[in-house]
Design a protein around this ligand. Structure first.
Ligand code: ZN
Length: 306
């Protein structure tokens, strides 16, 4: 087992991956309040919304208002998800409000077709144009590849195919590539082997793991990724989130569960766990039902309480 990193970076994606997949449309003022609570936890990266078409994802129709209103500390790197150039143009009205964009596609043709109605090649061409425009505006670009560890429609996705797409994203200007286990199909051995090869194929690119806890394997996959030298993760407070297709795809790993495990292992995150739990409990109140995170129920282990 290789040495684990002393510190990891966490991008909180709950306001996007989470709010877009909850059945309720959360009032804009409540979203902004929750984002500001997250901003006060020490998280250094927060994805605040997504500029997708409001008729496709009505839960995020307020992207402009959220981005232009939510007040976050200068230490937080704010990112928005953009599916294409149109989305980027909408976000750019508020250029001073964010630092990063995240462009996404799927590793499998069927999932990409069902999710965005395009072929993978069409998505890649669109992201190339989008990243070019974003970089001209000084934005940092991340590419996220959904179904990197398996597709609910096509089954296993060859590692080479995922990494070919990742290399194309890096070539298009992505300085960070995220690998999404969109429907919770990854297992720890697969994750360890995947990232060992990914490091070789993508030197100098920040590699980020985005796990879902659909089948309860999320934190085991985090450990496997840590052992493979990964020190960048995406997660959702409260275990909010999922994926629009297929039905039944449940949430990201919970940020508080991730932070708690890392702190117990002596790995720094910069996050105040109690403050983060406060944000998750507030989200639970807004939604009016229990959320999936373990820490919301159990609280931190005793020695971590301040
Ligand atoms: Zn996700």
């Amino acid at each position: 087992m290789s040495e684990l990193p002393a510190r990891v970076r966490i991008r909180e994606v709950g306001p996007r991956d989470g709010f877009q997949n909850e059945p309720e449309v959360i009032p804009t003022a409540e979203k902004i309040r929750l984002i500001e609570l997250l901003g006060a936890t020490g998280l250094s990266r927060i994805e605040v919304t997504s500029f997708v078409r409001a008729d496709v994802i009505p839960q995020l129709a307020d992207a402009e208002e959220v981005l232009s209103t939510a007040s976050l500390p200068g230490s937080v790197s704010v990112s928005v998800l953009v599916p294409n150039e149109r989305g980027l143009e909408r976000a750019l009205q508020f250029r001073e409000r964010f630092e990063e964009i995240n462009g996404f596609l799927s590793a499998s043709e069927t999932h990409n077709e069902k999710n965005v109605g395009r072929s993978v090649a069409e998505s890649l061409a669109g992201l190339r144009r989008t990243f070019e425009r974003a970089r001209a505006d000084g934005l940092r670009c991340e590419g996220v590849i959904s179904t990197s560890f398996g597709c609910p429609y096509e089954g296993p996705v060859p590692v080479d195919r995922v990494l070919d797409i990742a290399c194309a994203l890096a070539d298009a200007g992505a300085v960070e590539v995220g690998f999404g286990d969109t429907t919770g199909m990854a297992n720890p051995l697969q994750v360890r082997d995947f990232f060992a090869v990914a490091h070789e194929r993508l030197p100098g690119v920040e590699l980020t793991a985005h796990f879902h806890n659909t089948r309860g394997q999320g934190l085991a996959n985090v450990l496997a990724a840590l052992e493979a030298g990964i020190d960048s993760f995406e997660s959702s407070f409260g275990e909010l989130g999922g994926c629009p297709v297929p039905a039944g795809a449940t949430g990201n790993i919970a940020t508080e569960d991730l932070v708690s495990m890392l702190h117990e292992m002596g790995i720094a995150t910069g996050v105040d766990l109690e403050a983060l739990l406060g944000a998750s409990r507030a989200a639970q109140e807004v939604l009016g039902r229990p959320l999936g995170s373990h820490l919301i129920l159990a609280g931190p282990v005793e020695w971590q309480r301040s």
